[in-house]
Structures are given as C-alpha cells and as structure tokens.
Design a protein around this ligand. Structure first.
Ligand SMILES: [Zn+2]
Length: 363
C-alpha cells in the first residue's frame, strides 16, 4: 500500500484588488478584454508560485481567469444569453445568477477551461488539476418555456458534446485531475425534495462520463459543497443523507466532499463508508472557506483520523470544503488566511499519514 494520503485544492484563490478593479472597469467598457486577460495571466503566475511555495503537491491556477465565476465562465462575453436566469439565494439573502438563460441557439462554449490549464501547466513545477463546470448546471440555461427552433433534446446533445470535449482536452493536456463542479447537487434537494432533479443531474453526468475509459475515469472527480460566497452557503441545511447515496452513483473515480463545515461529520463519514464503491476515492474537505478562523494541523488530522474509521485508507484523500472565492469579485477572504488554511491542510494530512501508516511499513 502506498503510504500517503493525497491532498488537492478545489480551485479558486481570492483575486487581487487590482484584478477585481480591472474586471469592474472591463464590465463598464473602460478596459479591453486583452488587457484584462493579460493581467489575469500575470495573477495566475503569482498564484502558481505562491501555491508551490506552500509546498502543495497538486495545485490549480486559482481560477484567476474565470471572470464570470465557476458556474458559467464558459459563456463569457456571449450575447446569446439573457441577464436573467437561475438565481441562487445565499444564507445572508444575497443572490447570484448561476445559469443565465439561453436566448440564441445553438448552445456552445465561448471559453473553455483547458485554455486556463494549458497556461498554468506551462509555468507550474508540480501537477495541476482543472475544475470545470458540470453539464447539469449548464442544463439549467435552457429556459423552461423552451426555444422554438431548438428543442431540449438538441440542446442536451450539444451540451454533452461541449462538456465531454472540454474534459477530454484537459485530460489530453495532462491534467492531474479534472474536477466537475457540482455545487447544484445539494441545492437541488432544496428545490426538489423528491430527489428527481438530483437523479436527472446524475443521469446527465453519467451520460457524459460514459465517453471515458476506466483509466480516464480515475482522473475525473466530482465536487459537492453547500456553496461558498462572501462567507455564506446556499444549501448547508440539506442533510447529506438525501444527497450522498445518489451522488456516489456517479461513475467518477474521485469525489471532493465538503466536511469541515458539517454539523455532524461523523454521521456523514459513516454514510460515505457505506456508499463509496471500490474504484472511487473520496477527498474529505478539512478546511472551511466560509470561516475566518484558520484550522490547526491538529484539527485537520483529527478529522482525517475520524474519516479513516469508516473509509479505507487507499480510498481517502483531503481537500478544502470549497474554492476560496468561486466568484471573481468576492473579496471577503484575504489570501493570507487562505494560505494559512491550505498550510494546515498540508501539515494536518502529513500528521495523519504518520499516525495511520505507522506500523504498516512492513507491508
Ligand atoms: Zn464548492
């Protein structure tokens, strides 16, 4: 058995004040896209260097170039969408549009995450993972009233093709993992307590994953969380028992599951132990992006030891509960705190490894 617990970030790192200001100027038409993009590339280099300096064995590009946030970066700058769409309410009452409605078919990505990955890979010295948005989130851009010249089936076919191509290009470039952000999983239970909506999301994701072979599936992961924007969640009140058994039916090799912020992590970990399948690994969230207090390595270690009571060591990993700023203009968390949290994750994971693998060196 390999004596290590893999640890990976989710994706986003808070943008600098300079980048946020530049984006706001760009939105007002006072700055061109090329200049904004050049600045974001520079910021990406900075983030890559900072994450490497912390000793991260796997990094992301910090999502500095996902200008419209994690949910619809791929529709950036397109005139085919309405300003309205699926609006999600967070726990303090603020709202974000997660899926703007499609007005002008056909559906197609304007920007793809492999472009961000390619840039990061050119400059990184350690493996880089890439987060992409789930096809289920993007399925919500199709308006309920339909589009006359473009039926839902045509739309779904185009969506699957675009999503699969994005994931494939990331894998071909050498992504350490491709993580499908599935924040709407837990949220869907709030919208539809029967679970039908969640089931249909899982079905759509599995349709996409059917395009990949076993080796590729081992590099594909699913992220679930209760949301993280301006230190607020959108679905923390939904009990994991309504989500996890269905979630692990997704035929992905990896799951990134928020755990630090759970009220009863023990119950959730036990449940994961029951529903995880042999070819799957679960990365447990050990830091909470919505909490201003940095976790200590000891607290991180304790949560991992608890997880190890229910989940086989060879199927366990660690991560953060969510990205640290999934939306570009979220300035609620500073990078210094984020890096304290990431350091605690790294150190706590090493502490747990020492305890969990001691005595197993003869194997
Ligand atoms: Zn998340």
């Amino acid at each position: 058995m390999k004596s290590s617990i893999p640890t990976e970030p989710i994706g986003s790192i808070p943008r600098s004040k300079t980048l946020i200001a530049a984006y706001k100027k760009y939105q007002k038409g006072e700055l061109d896209f090329l200049t904004l993009n050049e600045l974001a590339e520079k910021e990406t280099l900075q983030v890559v260097r900072e994450l490497e300096a912390l000793g991260c064995p796997v990094i992301s590009d910090g999502e500095q170039r996902k200008f419209d946030g994690f949910a619809h970066y791929c529709l950036h700058n397109s005139k085919s969408y309405s300003k309205e769409g699926l609006e999600v309410s967070f726990s303090d009452g603020h709202k974000r549009v997660f899926a703007p409605h499609l007005k002008v078919p056909p559906f197609k990505y304007e920007q793809t995450a492999d472009v961000f990955l390619k840039f990061a890979l050119q400059h990184a010295h350690v493996p880089v993972k890439q987060a992409v948005i789930s096809p289920s989130m993007l399925s919500l851009v199709y308006p309920a009233k339909g589009i006359e010249s473009y039926n839902h089936e045509q739309f779904i076919n185009d969506l699957i093709e675009q999503h699969v191509a994005e994931v494939r290009r990331c894998l071909d470039l050498g992504a350490h993992k491709v993580q499908i952000d599935f924040t709407e999983a837990r949220l869907s239970i709030k919208y539809d307590p029967s679970g039908d909506m969640l089931n249909s999301f899982v079905e759509l994701i599995n349709k996409c994953l059917a395009h990949f072979n076993d080796e590729e599936i081992q590099k594909i992961g699913i992220h679930t969380c209760p949301g993280a924007d301006v230190d607020c969640t959108h679905s923390a009140e939904v009990d994991y028992k309504h989500l996890l058994p269905t979630l692990f039916k997704i035929n992905a090799g990896n799951f990134y599951v928020a755990m630090r912020s759970e009220q009863n992590p023990r119950k959730a970990l036990r449940l994961i132990g029951h529903v995880i399948r042999p070819f799957q690994r679960v990365f447990i969230g050990v830091t909470d992006p919505n909490n201003k207090t940095p976790e200590t390595p000891e607290e991180v270690c304790e949560l991992i030891l608890q997880a190890a009571e229910f989940i086989p060591l060879e199927q366990l990993g660690t991560t953060d509960d969510c990205g640290f700023s999934p939306f570009l203009d979220d300035a609620s968390t500073n990078r210094e705190l984020v890096y304290q949290k990431i350091s605690a994750r790294l150190e706590g994971t090493r502490l747990a490894e020492k305890i969990l693998f001691s005595g197993s060196s003869h194997r």
